[in-house]
Ligand binder design. Structure first.
Ligand code: C2E
Ligand code: CA
Ligand code: CA
Ligand code: CA
Length: 287
């Protein structure tokens, strides 16, 4: 907000200026950050609501910035999307996460009956339109020897609103290979339920706002009806329902009764280093 025209604008919002400077600094530092290995991934368990077992984890990227410390994705993902760095960064996250999934599989050993731990990776809309998406994913799975059905790619509902066939084609290819596609933040945007049938998704991730409305007991009857309706619609379309942002046992119980399949949230575990997930999954596997 610097203007030569007078101090009315010059001093209008020093905080906004500081934010703009940081944004600029972070944006220019992004490419070298990737080269220098300043990004790391935390994993948050996905828990089966029926039996409480850990079924997988969502990969959540962080940036250990040399001056600013650990930055959450909300601080830099939008900048990476804006500059296009999201493509190589997203590819890096995918490769790291799939490698991690393979390591978990090896460590889990005898618990094979429970199926492999699955890995969920977020895809930005820019990655969806990038022509290399399918080939990159195939290459990573082949290099690591991980089965496609151990991978779930999360795409936000808003990224697919009004999506034409060209945008859906790569997702369809991946789905045909056995990769799960989850519709993230479901219910926040302008959701066209009829549209669901057209999308190659197999999982709905109910947004945290629904979980929050289950905080009071008894929960708001209208909210209950809405979640009940979404779950039954999802199941009738053969979609599994994951809920995010579960912070209390009461929420978990309520959502289980409503028929949700899988849950994620602080009640079970905060996002953490990969070893933490391994501990949780092993404890779970041995009883
Ligand atoms: P998201 O995909 O909706 O991820 C869930 C967010 O909710 C995460 O925030 C997670 O730490 C947080 N969370 C989990 N459990 C709870 C809970 O019980 N209560 C509350 N209040 N929050 C909970 P995080 O890690 O800050 O990530 C924010 C967003 O950044 C993600 O939202 C996702 O959209 C994006 N993101 C993260 N990693 C990546 C990535 O590798 N690629 C892309 N494109 N986006 C990413
Ligand atoms: Ca997600
Ligand atoms: Ca989400
Ligand atoms: Ca979200």
């Amino acid at each position: 907000a610097k203007s030569a025209g007078g101090n009315r604008f010059e001093l209008a919002d020093p905080e906004a200026d500081a934010r703009a400077i940081t944004r600029h600094g972070l944006t220019t530092a992004l490419p070298t950050a990737l080269e220098r290995g300043e990004f790391f991934i935390e994993y948050q368990p996905l828990v089966h609501l029926g039996d409480g077992s850990v079924r997988g984890a969502e990969a959540l990227v962080r940036w250990l910035h040399p001056q600013h410390g650990v930055l959450g994705p909300d601080r830099f993902i939008p900048l990476a999307e804006h500059t296009g760095l999201i493509v190589p960064l997203g590819r890096w996250v995918l490769e790291q996460s799939v490698r991690q999934a393979r390591e978990w599989r090896e460590l889990r050993g005898g618990a094979e009956a429970m199926g492999p731990l699955r890995i969920n990776v977020n895809l930005s809309p820019c990655q969806l339109t990038h022509p290399g998406l399918v080939q990159d994913t195939v290459d990573i799975l082949e290099r690591t020897g991980v089965e496609p059905d151990a991978l779930c790619l999360e795409v936000t509902e808003s990224a697919l609103i009004g999506a034409d066939d060209d945008l859906l084609k790569p997702l369809r290819r991946l789905a045909e290979m056995g990769v799960d596609i989850a519709l993230d933040d479901f219910g926040t945007g302008y959701s066209n339920l009829a549209n669901l049938r057209r999308l190659p998704v197999s999982i709905l991730k109910l947004d945290r706002s629904f979980t929050q409305s289950m905080q009071q007991f008894p929960a708001d009857p209208v909210d209950l009806k809405i979640v009940e309706g979404i779950v039954s619609l999802a199941h009738s379309l053969d979609l599994a329902v994951t809920v995010e942002g579960v912070e209390t046992g009461a929420q978990a119980e309520q959502l289980r009764i409503l028929g949700c399949d899988t849950a994620q949230g602080w009640y079970y575990a905060r996002p953490g280093p990969p070893e933490r997930l391994h501990e949780l999954a092993l404890v779970d596997a041995t009883g």
